[in-house]
Design a protein around this ligand. Structure first.
Ligand code: NAG
Ligand code: NAG
Ligand code: NAG
Length: 293
């Protein structure tokens, strides 16, 4: 029951999560220092020269500036989690799945359904990239925005309920429009396609999409049917041939999350997190889909 609550606290992972965060942060600092695409440019000469130890002097050459400072936002994130008694909703091993992908793709475009205690972590792990969060609870957005003004989040409305999931799924199976592989969700005739999202969501080519909202732990909750379906659409729609979008669906121990996640491109499952690597279907037109749901 604990982890099925939307903003629940997984206390048993406090220590491992924190240790991992430190490692992750260190990874990014290191990476940042040497990545040419990062906003913090290293000096041209990367060699760290420390004078002959035999001379005993500590005079560093000009090049030694490459020992960069930790960027302030990383420092803030580290301190936040160190001093916080609530930890991200996902377990250490679940987070590690996404971290591995971010190691390769970051800085990149990362779309997250859900705003929570882990949001600062995701945006920090995608340091230098763009991470946006979609959230259905307005007062929660205000609360988090006050605490973490740097996060980019948007309010979204869902018009479904968990109890409608089966009917939605059945209708979608029979409806040809729902099997289209590369339609713009805004013009899709499928009821599962989310239409009211901010423009930026439709216009951005996402590298990663995480579905960890809306709430789905009881029949009256909104459920993730449309979020999962729309994530799949957006993943297939963008990118060039041969490129992929990584999609993550959390809480797949639940019926809706399980049934609606796209089995075709499953790469791995860790705990309650599924990772899909979705190839681009740009230019496939509308035929041939046997995709989610
Ligand atoms: C690095 O330093 C060396 C000597 O200090 C210099 O010859 C070389 O051109 C420098 N490289 C760059 C990329 O500035
Ligand atoms: C470093 O020390 C060695 C002897 O220990 C000396 O021969 C050499 O010239 C020194 N180099 C510099 C840059 O001081
Ligand atoms: C929305 O968030 C607030 C906290 O800001 C919380 O008290 C409330 O229960 C949430 N509403 C729903 C429907 O989850």
């Amino acid at each position: 029951m604990t982890t099925n609550l939307p903003f629940s606290i997984t206390l048993k992972h406090i220590l491992s999560s924190f240790a991992s965060l430190v490692l992750i942060t260190l990874f990014f600092i290191t990476r940042t220092s040497f990545s040419p695409s990062s906003s913090i440019q290293p000096p041209d000469n990367k060699t760290l020269r420390i004078s002959n130890s035999s001379t005993g002097t500590k005079s560093h050459s000009q090049e030694s500036v490459s020992c960069n400072k930790i960027p302030p936002s990383l420092a803030d994130a580290l301190i936040h989690y160190a001093a916080s008694n609530v930890t991200p909703q996902q377990t250490h091993s679940e987070i590690s799945v996404t971290k591995k992908v971010l190691e390769k793709k970051s800085p990149c475009n990362f779309l997250v359904f859900g705003l929570g205690y882990d949001s600062l972590m995701w945006s920090t792990l995608n340091y230098g990239g763009r991470t946006i969060f979609l959230e259905e609870n307005e007062s929660w957005i205000r609360q988090i925005a006050e605490k973490f003004p740097s996060l980019e989040s948007y309010h979204v409305r869902y018009n479904t309920k968990v109890r409608d999931a089966e009917a939605l799924m059945a209708a979608a199976r029979d409806k040809e429009e729902c099997h289209s592989v590369s339609t713009d969700p805004r013009v899709s005739a499928c009821d599962l396609a989310l239409k009211g999202l901010p423009e930026v969501v439709y216009e951005t080519e996402w590298d990663l999409i995480m579905v960890d909202a809306p709430t789905g732990f009881h029949e009256e909750a909104l459920g993730r049917m449309t979020a999962i379906y729309t994530a799949g659409m957006m993943a297939r729609r963008w990118k060039d041939e041969g490129e992929t979008t990584d999609v993550f669906v959390h809480d797949v121990d639940r019926k809706v999350e399980d049934e609606f996640s796209m089995a075709d491109y499953l790469t791995e499952q860790e705990g309650r997190l599924r990772h899909f690597t979705v190839p681009s279907h740009r230019g496939y037109g509308v035929s041939g889909g046997k995709l989610c749901p």
